[in-house]
Design a protein around this ligand. Sequence first.
Ligand code: ZN
Length: 293
Amino acid sequence: MSWDRLLGQELAKRILQNQIEAGQVSHAYLFTGPPATGKRQAAVILAQAVNCTQNPKPCGVCISCRQIETNAHPDVRYITPEGGSIKLQPIKDLLAEAVLTPNEGLYRVFIIESAETMTREAANALLLILEEPPHFDLFILTAAAPVIPTIESRCQVLRFQRRNMARSQAGYPPADTEGSDLGRNRAEQLVLDLAQAPLRDRSKLVAELEAEEIDWDRLLAELLSLYRDFAVWQATQDPSLVLDMEAIERLYPSAVKSTKPLSACALAILEAQRRLHNNVNRRLTLEYLFYNL
Ligand SMILES: [Zn+2]
């Protein structure tokens, strides 16, 4: 596991990476955000990073990284709800363990999942150690709902966003409503179709799309967001700069078949958007665009 696997959480990722590089890791983190946004994954990567023996951290291949990946590291503990809540006893066990120096690693790491389910007693017990944690302890709490404020105030809080929200903050259309998913899917299909269609068949593609009564604004916006990612990937190969890494994995091999640089494709889409807004003939604009992708 490495930071590359944490998709769409650029801000949280950058903060954690910088802290690790600077050797300024906090002793307690609270990762908050909706389910399935990578909070647990981030906790595992952070646990690996603080105990990793190589560089850059986490390397994913040293013994420590592999033990954590397979949940076999003696210094990394998970605390999860049982019967819907985290009760006092597992936190008492944690307190007993947290004062002992690590067995093998540099840090003892306690990953407390769904921390919002802690009972009042459990939360108060955890506070005892969060107030003055031993220097070798790292607590990572994940929560999909608010935790009690006294716990939150002891943690560095990182908010995890829905991935499509991260997209829209970067100026791209959100992909969470049914209609826009359709636009997104159609744009992705179009990337595949363009890779297959020789230049002489490109105007046929326009005709087919027109027959579908497509929402062209939507389609071009989605297409632009895809080609923006393709162009960034072509230039940098840096996953942290890409908005949708899954789309890169699926579509980049097709997109890169274009005879044009992918940044030129993105510019061609921008130009087509501008022409359509200025009421230039749609058919001509789109045919011209498709010849240039
Ligand atoms: Zn490692």
